[in-house]
Design a protein around this ligand. Structure first.
Ligand code: SF4
Ligand code: SF4
Length: 94
């Protein structure tokens, strides 16, 4: 047995009592040096980034174009990974 003991001894944490509650928290403060930037000339409005973003950080406009709300973007890079056109680059912030 590891020094942590049984998983049953671990304290309860990270409860998600209702869906979509991350909108209450400015998860953008979690970014550690890189932020996604969209090249709109490459974007084909497929919305893959909007579907896969784990935060409410990709804003879908009426015409299906997308913008990033950096108040909620935690810099995970998933949007850049899933974009089929390479339209999103993770760039250093500082
Ligand atoms: S890096 Fe992309 S996928 Fe990750 S939180 Fe920011 S906008 Fe969403
Ligand atoms: S995944 Fe890429 S091409 Fe698709 S909407 Fe997002 S930025 Fe545009």
């Amino acid at each position: 047995m590891s020094c942590l003991g049984s998983w049953k001894e671990m304290p309860i944490a990270t409860l998600i009592p209702e869906p979509g509650n991350s909108v209450k928290y400015k998860t953008g403060s979690w970014r550690a040096g890189f932020k996604p930037v969209i090249d709109h000339s490459k974007c084909v409005k497929c919305l893959m980034c909007w579907i896969y973003c784990p935060e409410p950080a990709i804003v879908r406009k009426e015409d299906d174009s997308v913008e990033i709300n950096y108040d909620y973007c935690k810099g995970c890079g998933i949007c850049a990974k899933v974009c089929p056109r390479g339209a999103i680059q993770m760039v250093p912030e500082r």
